[in-house]
Write a new protein. Structure first.
Lengths: 385, 210
């Protein structure tokens, strides 16, 4: 299957439940922005996890131990923040990130001190010989073995989210919140770079490029059909799917490598999600300045470009205006170290220069755990001007 | 000044050529220190191309690996050389952060640009930076993090250097995903390095290397 972190948990209303009018008002606002239109007000969409725990006085170990505690805590933080249109994930379990980067996570209270942020345990877990094994066995059988060896907690988290996602989506809908983009379709490059580590994988790209491409092609051969069937099976038009980029950012790779190992796969996955009626959410961390023009090749007025503060969002708007909705990008360091005045001034600039058409106000990447509540509140309130 | 074939091979990322040229030079009896200087000249070409936007992080990583492989046969002779590095950098990911991606790349790139790196690893106690500076006489300290939640740990680590009376003799460089100039101001660092190459430029500036 596609890498579904929280399947079947979208804005279409599972189980025949009728959401309140506020939900539809917010949904309309978001859909207008995605289509590059000008809504009645710039919408908001948040990503948060341990910030919610801090906001609601829940311990980190409790938060990461249960998808229900996480869902309840995140919903509570949404209510405390006030008039927020949407959240991207309805609940969370950091272990699931292991399925993206093929590396186990370290969690507070389990592997780290209680008040630590969860972190990925990045080590070289596959060797060059494993490329041959993948080519010989096929991706899914090899990956199944790998999960058994390294990713038991990640798989369990994925299952827990699969079960809890729809339930928590409904809880948000009852309160009028839209769950905007709870599902993911992952780039095969991210899997291999995580399991090899960035340094070793980069050397592979130079020293054994043909073999790496053969493995990426093999994974993609499975992924393209799985992604299509997955989006089709979820069957909620407009629901957001993260087609994210972390280690695939142009900042890290020269055009020669990026054009060969990143973009063709990225473009195809985005097109598949869009063709099947989903909204590809390009959660692009790090600096994408070099390749912003390239995003004009993606389906018009169907995708959302989510930036983290490293890409020049103002330049991106000039290039993509009318073609792609942009979401972001109040920098995590500003939410943590800045003042309310800093946040207000920056949000004002975002609203003026990136909005009001085709824009969704948001943090860069995710609200950091130690963000000041008043700073996040200032970001939330900025759209009401 | 003309560029030597060895420096050009490193600059052009021609791994096999660089390795072969070093072996040839050693066979002809050339001094290891002189060969090392050519390899470092090659890394300067890589750095210039990075600054010009021709090369990216991927090329920095590959060039550093070429430098390491080609330079491996020189190590024994260099141990007895009086000066094989411009200066010393104590480097680590600060306490409560276990990410080593950025830190490892900085270590690799710094090392291939003539800067000796004492890599303290990840989740480094504040006092460990102090101990390593005292022991090595390093004039550069590099701190990395990927989490906003450890900004205070970075600040405390800088403060610990100050408390130990070492702050005036070291230059503190910081970098990492969420770090920016405001972070550098907050923690009391001297330089915010957006990229590994920024770190090399800052270090060379501090060390007076052209």
């Amino acid at each position: 299957m596609a890498d579904a972190h929280e399947p079947n948990a979208g804005p279409g209303g599972p189980g025949g439940f009728a959401p309140p009018p506020l939900f539809f008002e917010r949904m309309q606002r978001l859909q207008t922005a995605v289509a590059c239109g000008t809504p009645d007000r710039v919408p908001l969409s948040l990503v948060m996890d341990l910030f919610a725990a801090n906001t609601m006085g829940v311990s980190y170990p409790d938060f990461v131990s249960s998808v229900d505690i996480a869902g309840q805590t995140m919903l509570g933080a949404m209510e405390k923040l006030g008039d927020v249109d949407s959240i991207q994930f309805p609940t969370y379990a950091p272990d699931v990130l292991g399925m993206l980067w093929l590396a186990p996570m370290k969690l507070p209270g389990r592997d780290l001190p209680e008040h630590s942020q969860w972190q990925m345990d990045e080590q070289v877990r596959i060797q060059r010989e494993d490329y041959d094994k993948i080519l010989e066995m096929g991706w899914s059988p090899w990956f199944g073995q790998y999960i058994g060896k390294h990713l038991g907690a990640a798989a369990a988290a994925g299952q827990a989210l699969q079960e809890a996602g729809p339930r928590w989506t409904m809880e948000y809908m009852k309160k009028g919140y839209v769950v905007f983009s709870p599902l993911t379709v992952d780039h095969p490059f991210e899997h291999l770079a995580g399991a090899r580590t960035v340094k070793e994988f980069t050397l592979d790209l130079f020293q054994i490029p043909d073999k790496v491409q053969a493995v990426l092609d093999l994974i993609m051969a499975e992924k393209r059909e799985q992604a299509r069937q997955f989006v089709r099976a979820v069957g909620q038009p407009g629901l957001g799917y993260w087609v994210g980029s972390w280690r695939t950012a142009p900042e890290f790779l020269s055009p020669r490598l990026w054009n060969r190992f990143v973009w063709p796969y990225m473009k195809e996955l985005v097109e598949i999600v869009a063709e099947e009626g989903g909204t590809p959410v390009l959660h692009y961390d790090a600096n994408w300045d070099r390749e912003i023009e390239r995003l004009k090749d993606l389906p018009a007025r169907r995708c959302v470009l989510e930036l983290d503060g490293k890409t020049d969002i103002f330049r991106a708007k000039k290039i993509l205006a009318g073609h792609m909705c942009i979401l972001g990008d109040v920098h995590p360091a500003m939410l943590t170290l800045g003042t309310v005045a800093d946040v207000k001034a920056y949000c004002g600039r975002l609203l003026d220069e990136v909005g009001p058409d085709g824009y969704i106000m948001a943090m860069g990447c995710a609200i950091p755990p130690d963000a000041k509540f008043e700073n996040v509140k200032a970001m939330v309130d900025s759209v009401k001007r | 000044m003309t560029t030597s074939p060895l420096a050009q091979a490193v600059g052009d990322l021609e791994e096999e050529t660089a390795v072969t040229l070093v072996q040839d030079k050693l066979a002809k009896g050339e001094a290891a220190l002189s060969i090392l200087e050519e390899l470092q000249a090659g890394m300067n070409i890589v750095g210039e191309r990075f600054e010009e936007g021709e090369y990216f992080l991927s090329e920095l990583i590959y060039a550093a690996d070429i430098f390491k492989k080609a330079g491996a046969p020189l190590q024994e002779e260099l141990k007895s050389a009086t000066q094989s590095s411009y200066g010393t950098l104590v480097l680590g990911t600060v306490k409560n952060d276990i990410h080593d991606f950025g830190k490892d790349i900085v270590a690799t790139v710094m090392g291939s640009n003539g800067i000796k790196v004492i890599d303290l690893g990840v989740n480094v106690e504040h006092q460990a930076f102090v101990d390593a500076v005292k022991e090595s006489g390093a004039t550069l300290v590099g701190m990395s993090c990927l989490l906003t939640t450890v900004f205070d740990d970075m600040k405390d680590a800088v403060q610990t250097l100050k408390d130990a009376g070492l702050r005036d003799q070291v230059t503190v460089l910081i970098g990492g995903g969420p770090v920016d100039q405001a972070t550098a101001d907050y923690v009391g660092a001297d330089y915010y390095c957006k990229t590994a190459q920024d770190g090399v430029i800052a270090a060379k500036k501090v060390l007076g290397v052209n």
